[in-house]
Design a protein around this ligand. Structure first.
Ligand SMILES: [Zn+2]
Length: 407
């Protein structure tokens, strides 16, 4: 069946432009036409009444099994407990306008199982998914206490990567340095070595998968880049030499800017003093590093780190607000990072990431023009996947907007 979404103000993220008052025609989940007219053979019409329609957004760094509570309150759960949390988080992401999420810190293979259930249509309200399985860390390294899979030496790292890939990982997640959230680890301290990282990266590349690496300082970033890691997660502190290396190696940058803001804002609500001071130290450096990397032309993508302390999946797209308000990007630049750039990093840009004829109709309906007011991405009105409305803000005009038959 053909569906026409009429009277849409379409956000063309490829050109940072608005295409006013057009009709998006969808057939079998694919955009088949974008034009000023409603084609005569369309039976099912949804009038969006001048609202703004952006491509569905990406979040390339989430932790579905985590509940965003401060570390002190966030307990280990049974697999069922983790699964319930993950299902709630999937719903939050979909309602936030995220139609594609990449989980990079799983346990019990839950995100991978949910990815498959979602593909089979068994989950009603969720973004499309990719997942890494457990992050691979050194003994006692970042994330070991809950999600991490401990491996030491190149052989164990090779085996760990093979195991995650065997379990169905789309991407291999490595922990290169100490982090903010794992108590007892020193932020930025070197953890997996270049040799260990390389062994895992090679395994990922053998099957056409990418490897991403948690790193929070210059040495960690450079070690990961030399090891052939495709995506630096966080990065935090990036100097000129590192930027140059990223350009030369084609390394992708997933800065996760907003997560530190949430930790700092939650400072009086149970964040440990150690995590708070680590977050404060990181924040300024982070913004400056992101700007430097972005200006050098490195592919930057959107990752929220949702699931870490106070960083909720429902606030995923705040990341774009920080890019604009704290790092000085234009809304058009931030929107590109949240859509097509992230699609490229997840190897799905041929089917997602822009509202283009031939791509999947994953769309988000917004009240205002995000090219003028980026904060509108924080309050989406409707989420559409494959041309189907999967969520609509209760009480909004859409709920009474019956589809009509022109006949
Ligand atoms: Zn993370």
């Amino acid at each position: 069946m053909k569906t026409a979404f009429t009277h849409t103000n379409l956000i063309d993220v490829l050109n940072g432009a608005l295409v006013p008052d057009c009709t998006i025609v969808v057939e079998d989940g694919i955009i088949t036409d974008i034009s000023p007219e409603i084609p005569a053979d369309v039976k099912h019409v949804i009038n969006l009444e001048g609202k703004y329609v952006a491509p569905g957004f990406f979040d390339c760094h989430v932790h579905l099994v985590n509940d965003s509570l401060p570390e002190a309150l966030s307990k280990k759960k049974t697999p069922v407990g983790y699964t319930l949390t993950a299902l709630e988080n999937l719903e939050s992401l979909a309602k936030a306008g995220v139609t594609f999420a990449r989980d990079v810190g799983d346990v019990h293979n839950i995100a991978i199982e949910l990815r498959e259930a979602n593909k089979a249509g068994r989950i009603k309200l969720a973004p499309d998914l990719q997942a890494s399985g457990q992050p691979i860390c050194m003994t006692g390294g970042t994330s070991w206490h809950k999600l991490g899979y401990e491996a030491d030496g190149a052989d164990e790292c090779r085996k760990a990567a093979r195991l995650m890939l065997k379990n169905g990982a789309d991407v291999v997640k490595l922990m290169g340095t100490g982090g903010v959230c794992t108590e007892g680890t020193k932020r930025g301290s070197i953890q997996l070595s270049e040799e260990e990282l390389r062994a895992a990266v090679i395994e990922a590349h053998h099957v056409g998968a990418k490897a991403c690496c948690h790193s929070q300082n210059i040495e960690g970033n450079q070690t990961a880049i030399r090891a052939g890691v495709d995506i630096i997660e966080h990065g935090d502190n990036v100097d000129d030499e590192t930027v140059q290396m990223m350009v030369e190696h084609g390394t992708i940058y997933d800065a996760t800017l907003a997560s530190l803001t949430w930790i700092i804002e939650g400072g009086n609500k149970g964040v440990s003093p150690a995590a708070l001071s680590k977050a404060k130290e990181a924040q300024t450096q982070c913004y400056a590093s992101f700007r430097k990397v972005y200006d050098a032309g490195v592919l930057c993508i959107l990752g929220s780190d949702s699931g870490t302390q106070f960083c909720k999946h429902e606030d995923s797209l705040y990341e774009m607000v920080v890019m604009v308000e704290n790092c000085g990007l234009t809304p058009a630049e931030a929107l590109k990072i949240g859509t097509i750039n992230s699609a490229i990093a997840c190897d799905v840009d041929h089917i997602l990431g822009s509202l283009t004829v031939g791509k999947k109709a994953h769309m988000v309906v917004l009240n205002e023009n995000p090219l003028e007011n980026i904060r509108t991405v924080m309050s989406p009105q409707m989420t559409i996947k494959n041309g189907e409305i999967i969520w609509c803000l209760s009480g909004s005009f859409f709920t009474s907007n019956k589809s009509i038959s022109p006949e």
